[in-house]
Write a protein that binds this ligand. Structure first.
Ligand code: B12
Ligand code: SF4
Length: 483
């Protein structure tokens, strides 16, 4: 059987938000996971629309398409195209799970929820000629004893981070804006691989650098501790994501640093206790964001802080306050989002019931557009405040100021090079991408992620005086930050 697996582009090259490097970071791991269930004599082809020209004049036996909300229209066009050619088309992923009826009109079969159990069942049915229109993931979800991900299908030289990996699924928390409750509905919503299987997968990956794409790498502390134990001594450097409370609790974070953690994505989201309560992000309440940032900084771990604008308590000062706090607390990279009510989430149903959803053009659901009616801000103020936050945070002067807020010269230098490398050399990245030499840059990334010893170097910090006067934010008076 000839099977073509397609990840349609999330943002088209003509969009002003298209950044080739952002879309050349990670390979399509979900599809490579599914390809592992094919037989040895099947012919599998994995196409990532972000990094290669997608040819559509072929006639495979089966087309498997991954649908995110912002690539949904492109995914449906491709599905319609292949079905018109007589090809059997299956759709799955987050958006299909959120809006199955919408997706069903473009597919022979759709998949709801994670598919490690349903996709092999479908393949069996297909070979027997008795496929169903829908396969819904239910109880019995597990990551144990899965066949190894088909990494041989990944064009490693086209990605900066070919070694992306997930060792858990879902998350133990329940934030009301997050995809995860809807996606994992009907069965377990947080589960892990076996530690030995996760370590075996890590062992199969060449080079030193790994990026854990798990929603919450520290979500199961016993699993995480055992994983970090196993990784200690493997000489890996890695990046991942975790919550504020999990950074502050116990010594798991030290353990992770010892195993090679060098940068962490942290969902700070908002400084308002009212906002945190209404979005059910309880895990951030009553914790000091400042202490979390300091703890990571003292371990030489860089921080990618996530912040959401437009929650009901946000007023027009939220943008400057957030940017100032991030700079003052040495946040390495910031990801700002306009609050986005994804279909399937309780945020979406609440807003829909209140008549606040302004558009159902899914292309705009990319966390950069305002798709709902905000309360204390106008849509224009929200959009322009969001744009300004990005501009301000990534000004050269502010990158330098944020970089100086660490104890050691090495950490300051790494922070500076990491942030400027990511945001200030777009043209250079484009040249490297066009030359298909992206993986040649991975050792450089590994270098920037090398270990920082936490011996303070006062003299160094004095040498590196900020370019402008230090601005101290009274962040400790803010709700949500109890420091
Ligand atoms: C990697 C990643 C990216 C990469 C994507 C590139 C890539 N090659 O995948 C990049 C950096 C480009 C990216 C960008 C964005 N992302 Co992103 N990203 C992720 C992340 C961290 C991991 C995805 C992954 O690999 N998961 C692991 C694999 C194993 O799972 P999977 O892909 O879901 O596949 C499984 C199932 O879904 C299913 N499946 C999937 N497809 C199909 C198809 C068929 C036919 C079948 C049978 C099954 C099936 O099978 C797999 C096994 O179960 C997820 C979070 C997460 N944990 O998933 C967020 C996530 C997908 N991103 C998200 C967001 C919001 C964004 C951005 C909008 C953020 C921003 N403002 O920049 C942008 C998108 C820009 C745009 N214009 O739309 C949200 C999506 C919310 C939603 N409801 O759609 C997520 C869920 C993060 C979150 N917690 O909110 N992202
Ligand atoms: S902590 Fe993150 S992944 Fe978990 S539910 Fe909240 S937003 Fe989603």
């Amino acid at each position: 059987m000839h099977v073509k697996l397609i990840l349609p582009a999330l943002t088209e090259a003509k969009s002003p938000y298209f950044r080739p490097i952002k879309y050349s970071l990670f390979p399509p791991l979900g599809l490579a996971t599914l390809a592992a269930f094919l037989n040895d004599d099947d012919h599998a082809e994995l196409v990532d629309d972000h990094i290669e020209q997608l040819q559509t004049n072929d006639v495979p036996d089966l087309v498997v398409i991954q649908v995110y909300i912002t690539n949904a229209y492109r995914a449906y066009d491709l599905a319609d195209h292949y079905r018109a050619r007589g090809v059997y088309v299956v759709l799955g992923g987050l958006h299909v799970t959120s809006l199955p009826d919408e997706a069903a009109s473009h597919a022979d079969t759709i998949f709801i929820g994670p598919s490690e159990q349903t996709f092999p069942e479908f393949l069996k049915d297909m070979r027997l000629g008795r496929t169903k229109p829908r396969y819904t993931s239910a109880n019995g979800r597990t990551l144990e004893n899965l066949p190894p991900i088909r990494r041989d299908l990944i064009k490693r030289d086209r990605y900066l981070v070919p070694n992306s990996i997930v060792v858990t699924r879902g998350c133990p928390q329940h934030c009301n804006f997050c995809y995860k409750d809807a996606f994992f509905h009907g069965g377990r919503s947080f589960y892990t691989q076996r530690v030995d299987e996760a370590l075996a997968e890590i062992d199969r990956l060449p080079g030193r650098h790994l990026y854990f794409l798990d929603d919450h790498l520290f979500g199961d502390r016993r699993f995480a501790a055992a994983l970090f134990d196993g990784m200690t001594g493997m000489r890996r450097v890695f990046q991942g994501a975790a919550t504020v409370d999990s950074i502050l609790r116990g010594n798991l974070i030290e353990h992770a640093a010892e195993a090679g953690l060098r940068s962490l994505f942290v969902g700070f989201e908002t400084f308002s206790a009212e906002n945190l309560t209404s979005c059910n992000k309880k895990q951030n309440l009553g914790h000091s964001y400042k202490m979390a940032a300091q703890r990571l900084s003292s371990l030489g771990i860089m921080i990618n802080g996530s912040f959401v604008f437009g929650m009901d308590e946000d007023k027009k000062d939220v943008f400057d306050q957030t940017v100032d706090w991030a700079i003052e607390n040495g946040i390495t990279t910031a990801t700002f989002h306009v609050l986005t009510p994804y279909p399937g989430t309780s945020l979406y149903s609440n807003m829909d019931a209140a008549g606040r959803i302004k558009t159902r053009n899914w292309n705009l659901y990319d966390t950069r557009h305002v798709v709902y009616t905000p309360t204390n801000l106008t849509s224009d103020a929200l959009k322009s405040g969001y744009d300004r936050a990005y501009r301000d945070f990534y000004k050269w002067r502010n990158i330098a100021r944020a970089a100086l807020n660490h104890d050691t010269l090495k950490h300051s230098a790494k922070h500076f090079f990491y942030t400027t490398g990511w945001k200030k050399f777009e043209a250079l990245w484009d040249v490297i991408i066009r030359a298909k030499r992206l993986n040649a840059m991975t050792p450089l990334l590994e270098g920037v992620l090398s270990r920082v010893t936490n011996k303070p170097q006062k003299k160094d910090s004095q040498l590196l005086q900020p370019l402008d006067e230090r601005h101290v934010i009274p962040h400790d008076t803010r709700a949500g930050d109890t420091s």
